[in-house]
Design a protein around this ligand. Structure first.
Ligand SMILES: [Cu+2]
Length: 162
């Protein structure tokens, strides 16, 4: 390799190094920001009814956080709820927040925690999706798309609950 060639190759290396830094650094910044991961957000077809509907999902936060509330344009009111036994019967109870331990998936499913849509503005129909905004204490607001599944369909949950 001549001296000129050596200089040229060093130049190519430096350019590649810069390109690598330019592309990799923003990715690292994203990872450090620590977005909350929301998987399998779903609700059931409301079969023409508009009284209320429950939304389920699996939430994983990279750090300890709390889900403080939710809102959806499709409902007049949106609450956080859980299933609870009282006087020997299962009922629903309102929650001020849902705790999210660091790196531990929290399952909102039919046997417990859920986001409750009260007074739907229109029925939920199989196959459609609608936006839901979740508000976290630390992570702020995050928008998720909720998939509406058929009345008897198996929920798209990764294992836990139904
Ligand atoms: Cu409820």
């Amino acid at each position: 390799m001549s001296r000129n060639e050596a200089v040229k190759w060093r130049g190519v290396f430096v350019v590649r190094l810069w390109a690598a830094l330019v592309f990799v650094l923003p990715l690292m910044a994203c990872a450090q920001r620590g977005e909350v991961e929301v998987a399998d957000a779903w609700a059931r077809d409301s079969v023409g009814r508009t009284a209320s509907a429950a939304v389920f999902m699996t939430i994983t936060s990279p750090r300890a956080d709390r889900l403080l509330g939710a809102s959806a344009a499709i409902a007049k009111e949106t609450d956080l709820m859980t299933m609870e036994a009282s006087d020997g019967a299962m009922g629903m109870a309102y929650l001020a927040a849902i705790d999210l331990p660091a790196d531990a998936p929290v399952s909102l499913n039919a046997s417990g925690l859920h986001v409750w849509l009260a007074d739907l503005k229109r029925p939920l129909r199989t196959g459609e999706t609608f936006p839901l905004v979740l508000t976290f204490e630390k992570a702020g607001e995050q928008r998720v798309e909720v998939s509406v599944i058929a009345p008897a369909a198996k929920p798209p949950m990764s294992g836990v609950g139904t």
